[in-house]
Design a protein around this ligand. Sequence first.
Ligand SMILES: [Ca+2]
Length: 408
Amino acid sequence: MNLTRALMKTRLLLVTLLGLGLAAHTQNLLPNPGFEAGSTQPSGWRLVDGPGQWATATSPGPGRVVRVRGEGEDQSVWRTESLPLQPGGVYALRFRARRLSEASGGTAVAGTSRINRDFPLDFQWREYGFIFRQPDDASSDFVRLGQWHVRGEIEFDDAELLPALASHREFAEPAGSPPLQLGQNEHLTHDLYRFSLQLGGLAANLHRPLERSTASFNSDRWVFSPGAQVVYRFALPGFRQTSAQVRVAINHHVAGTLRVEASRDGHQWTSLGALGATDRAGNLILPAELLPATECYLRLHTPDPDTALQVNHCDYEAQIDPPAPYEAAGQTDFLEVNRGDPALVVNAFQLDSRRGQGEIRLSLRAANTSSAPSQAASPCRAPPCAPPRPPPGPSGSNPARKPTCACR
Ligand SMILES: [Ca+2]
């Protein structure tokens, strides 16, 4: 298979990282991920909010699964105990799931207590997943798999939570300036830079300009509670932003005001405007005193004690000087280490596919966190490339996950 053609615009690579003479350990952060262990309930998981079942899979399958049952206007979830997730950490959550034959309406829900994504599911076992960035004020959290407003039953198996890394495309020009990075949904065209927020993709709330956040997230929108904030940093080394504007929209409003602010340093904030019950969207212009600048900060903030609103739109646009000598579309790649030497921690990586047809070069930077010296004899192995999604099995079957999954 031609690896270059197999990789999509957003590339995801799964690798095993081995130290010399050391066995590889699983990096899955979830307990009992296949739900096979336990006596009266699956070890490491418990049912909350509503009904469900630890069950044996129907039809040929690899053993036990967890089910949740809904009456159409309720929710029920299986959850782990608290996991030591890193504030601001990037994670990939993956699982297989299906609806049982009588189930209708509603959706499966999956994520942490702060980051959720809905998955409508169908009647065949399929693999689902997404990548997300934990809020910066969440020092620990749990993972949940469940249903919301389903009438009937759905079931889950083979859950996986892996730390992930993001890498953004680098551009060396203009000469003499630090490398310019552009990620997914960032574009540079002549004298214009654009960032168009897309929250419904594989990477959910993670984008290169995201600096920090304490808002929660649901499927394709930021969820603001009292005191929450989301800060973006639009850094364009080598280019001065001479004018800039942002369009922000509230998609759901119950109470409170969304304050939109800008800054040159991320500390001193200047108000651009406020959105709320009557003004749910607006084009806001950065004032002249903040420009020109090579980087601008944007803050969405809900300081009011009575706040409940959601934001699904945030587009930033800046005139730049000098004009870019090229047109550039950003790209973000993701890497997960599924097994490896626990002492070797990958800090950064880069995928380079511009070396010719059919060749992808993966460069890793890893640190040895143990006191013992370590030599990586074969530090990185990319398993064979797999199709974007395994072909669905016959209805009612529970085919085992493919043994390795390289990129999708
Ligand atoms: Ca199982």
